[in-house]
Design a protein around this ligand. Structure first.
Ligand SMILES: Cc1cc2nc3c(=O)[nH]c(=O)nc-3n(C[C@H](O)[C@H](O)[C@H](O)COP(=O)(O)O)c2cc1C
Length: 390
């Protein structure tokens, strides 16, 4: 008999108070130089107070010249350590385990395009934004690898419980894995092993920086949802393809990659899918062999993955019902359940679930919280937060 969802859990060596997680959410609340504003600390404190077991801090930059989103946090230099040390202290006051997500956005952006160099595996425009990047030289690859490692070292130094790599949603690391975005002919393109090489080298460099036992997790994509003559856009539209040979990363290959990630030593895998928050439009469709589920879009993919690997698998996307989560928890090997938008809407909904006051989310997953040009907040149920310094 498994312990309850709200009981303590040994998350592969990290003692957490329950089986719930907050997925990384870029808030657009850092100041112009990337430092935390008081409002941003307030967002995280409310999450910790709300009782979630693990929080993943929003996608945080690794090099000064790359800011793929406005108001984004960064760990590109020691200058930002005090901000993160303060955050770790806040989270730990409430017993909330906290990982920091690191990412290099690449071409999945329309922010300040043209004003900066945007690196990418190849010169193929990102299909939703149309943004084209500069193909990375091997020395660019080494530079970013080292930058990931240094940023991860800062995550550890600041006192966090682990680091998470963003390898989903068509971000640069995801693009390296994708046969559509990566058409390199060197050691970083071609076979699965070659397309994984960048990720594997980043992992090894991080290991050297943080030591053998520090948790290094990953947010992976189940699938690029681009094969068999269809493509699912970033806004969740299903587009028929003229070119039937267009193929992104499939779930079948993603599974193989995840097994390698386990062998490499990754701590856990949070499994999303490209078109992440727009997947509500796809509920009921069978994509890459599995159905997009109403109460947990990618839960079928996570169910399959959790039978294939022995490290914790976390499902994220569209979770909105305690009854459905209980069913997944009883019937599958999925270890944890992760939410993004419901926490923007109601930072303390888990406490209400725990006390039996409610068992669904107020969030209706409309995705209007992703504002792009101003702070991200739930426009349906909450007041716009004031952010001084922005
Ligand atoms: C405003 C907003 C910001 C997001 N920022 C990130 C991010 O920084 N890193 C990431 O991996 N995913 C990010 N996502 C995706 C979420 O983490 C999550 O995968 C997606 O919203 C589906 O989960 P949900 O249905 O519980 O919201 C963001 C989503 C939204 C709506």
């Amino acid at each position: 008999m498994k312990r309850g969802l709200f009981e303590p859990y040994d998350f592969n060596g990290v003692k957490v108070k329950n089986r719930f997680m907050r997925s990384a959410v870029w808030m657009n609340m850092a100041d112009r130089s990337g430092h935390f504003t008081e409002a941003l600390y307030g967002i995280y404190e409310a999450l910790a107070r709300g009782g979630v077991g693990v929080v993943n801090v929003e996608v945080t930059g690794i090099v000064r010249e790359e800011q793929c989103l406005p108001g984004q946090t960064t760990l590109c230099s020691d200058e930002f350590l005090p901000d993160f040390e303060r955050l770790a202290g806040i989270m730990h006051q409430y017993g909330c385990k906290t990982f920091v997500q690191l990412g290099y956005g690449g071409t999945r952006t329309d922010y300040r395009v043209g004003e900066r160099v945007i690196l990418a595996p190849s010169d193929i425009p990102e299909i939703s934004t149309g943004t084209k990047g500069t193909p990375m030289t091997v020395s660019d690859i080494h530079y970013l690898t080292e930058s990931y490692a240094k940023a991860a070292g800062r995550v550890k130094k600041a006192g966090f419980d682990g680091v998470q790599l963003h390898c989903a949603h068509n971000y640069m690391m995801n693009q390296f894995l994708s046969p559509y975005y990566n058409n390199r002919t060197d050691a970083y393109g071609g076979s699965t092993e070659n397309r994984m090489r960048f990720l594997a080298e980043v992992y090894q460099a991080i290991r050297e920086e943080v030591g053998d036992s520090y948790p290094v997790s990953i947010k992976m994509t189940a699938s690029d949802f681009m094969s068999g003559g269809i493509f699912v856009s970033g806004t969740g539209e299903v587009v028929e393809l003229d070119d039937l040979s267009m193929t992104g990363l499939t779930f079948e290959e993603s599974l193989k990659i995840c097994k390698k990630l386990e062998e490499l030593g990754f701590h856990s895998i949070e499994l999303s899918g490209n078109c992440h928050s727009a997947a509500r439009k796809l509920v009921g469709r069978v994509l890459d062999g599995y159905e997009i589920k109403e109460h947990g879009y990618f839960s079928e993919y996570a169910r399959v993955l959790a039978d294939e690997v022995h490290i914790p698998v976390i499902t994220v996307g569209g979770l909105d019902s305690l009854a459905y989560i209980e069913e997944l928890y009883e019937k599958t090997n999925i270890a944890m359940f992760s939410f993004a938008r419901p926490f923007l809407c109601e930072p303390d909904f888990l406490e209400k679930w725990r006390q039996g006051i409610s068992s669904t989310t107020t969030c209706v997953h409309c995705a209007m919280c992703r504002k792009d040009k101003e702070v991200n907040y739930c426009t349906a149920f909450r007041e716009k937060p004031a952010v001084a310094g922005r």
